[in-house]
Design a protein around this ligand. Structure first.
Ligand code: PEP
Ligand code: MN
Length: 330
């Protein structure tokens, strides 16, 4: 496959495929999670295509070069992603996303949202469904937690991002959140990417902690192929050789994604370092290399947080992060 023909919403995929077949072009239909044909891939033994002519056919939205394997991601270069009323990505104002690791109570959600909004954040984060290494650790408040987060975000005029851990919960999470988070551990859960991509919300795809850039971009391609209205990438540290910090923040790759691929990319210095005292310096570093925003963990009572307490920011620390993230436009 080296050419991908994306279709307009009202396209008649069957008649277009027949018309292409009459010209000797063999195609395979690519469907979204709901079974709608999103695109036709031109497959061997087709002759070389005349892109300009294909682009003029009725029902054709765009003709993309699929040689890199992720034509939709490549086509998204330079574009921002709308999250509630905030835009994230190249050319947009830098964004601060803040909130608790996990939402333990209504008070946690409202306390964190108040603190996030006061610092200048435009998006509230918080986990209701938590991926925990141990089955005995707090797994999140589930559906009740989603309701607390949504109410807290609305009360403070914030958009909401929260993790969807399983295909089973996609509908529930998509109803509550403006942006669906795919966690590091699930970056290559292709069934989840397809289901979440088809839910009508943009996705925040955290980089797997041992994923290459190409694997990360392919995860984004899965989401876009399933119909996601946009994807934001989030670097949160990869597995390094030293455990003095929780992870190794790969700022080289962030620079590559921001400047060369020109895709929306943010950095999570909380999970990268695991230490509240290192979050602000790495947030500044993230902005310096071109990240379009930063996502951090904060808690109304940091020492009492049921997950990731050592990296939960106090009000003053969050203000320090906001100062380095939000100053100046990019
Ligand atoms: C999170 O952001 O809540 C989280 C669990 O992070 P990660 O998937 O990067 O470990
Ligand atoms: Mn966490």
């Amino acid at each position: 496959m080296n050419t991908l023909i994306t279709l307009a919403p009202d396209a008649d995929a069957g008649s277009l495929a027949r018309r292409l077949a009459a010209d000797g072009l063999w195609t395979t239909a690519l469907r979204d999670a709901a079974g709608r044909v999103q695109a036709l891939a031109v497959v061997p033994p087709s002759p070389p295509v005349d892109r300009a002519r294909l682009a003029d056919l009725p029902g054709v939205l765009a003709v993309l070069d699929a040689a890199a394997g992720h034509p939709r991601v490549d086509a998204a270069a330079g574009a921002t992603v709308a999250v509630g009323t905030t835009s994230i990505g190249p050319g947009a104002a830098p964004v601060l996303i803040a909130g608790p690791c996990s939402v333990e109570s209504e008070a946690t959600a409202f306390g964190a949202a108040e603190r996030a909004a006061a610092a200048g954040a435009t998006v509230l984060r918080g986990g209701a469904f938590k991926p925990r290494t141990s089955p005995y650790a707090f797994q999140g408040a589930g559906a009740e937690g989603l309701a607390w987060l949504r109410a807290a975000a609305d009360a403070h005029g914030l958009a909401l991002v929260t993790e969807v851990l399983s295909e089973r919960d996609v509908g529930l999470v998509a109803e509550a959140a403006d942006l669906l988070q795919i966690g590091s551990r699930n970056m290559q859960n292709f069934a989840l990417l397809k289901a979440a991509g088809g839910a009508g919300r943009p996705l925040l795809i955290k980089r797997g902690f041992s994923a290459t850039l190409e694997e990360w971009l392919m995860a984004a391609e899965h989401a876009l192929a399933a119909g996601a209205p946009g994807v934001i990438l989030c670097e949160r540290g990869v597995r390094g050789f030293d455990d003095v910090t929780r992870n190794l923040l790969d700022l080289s790759t962030v620079a590559l994604v921001a400047h060369i691929h020109r895709l929306p990319v943010i950095v999570d210095p909380s999970h990268a370092t695991g230490r509240r005292d290192l979050v602000a310096p790495l947030a500044a570093a993230a902005r310096a290399v071109g990240a379009h925003g930063v996502m951090v963990e904060t808690h109304p009572d940091p020492t009492q947080a049921r997950s990731d307490a050592p990296q939960a920011l106090t009000r003053a620390e969050l203000a320090a992060v906001a100062a380095v993230v939000l100053e100046g436009d990019r």
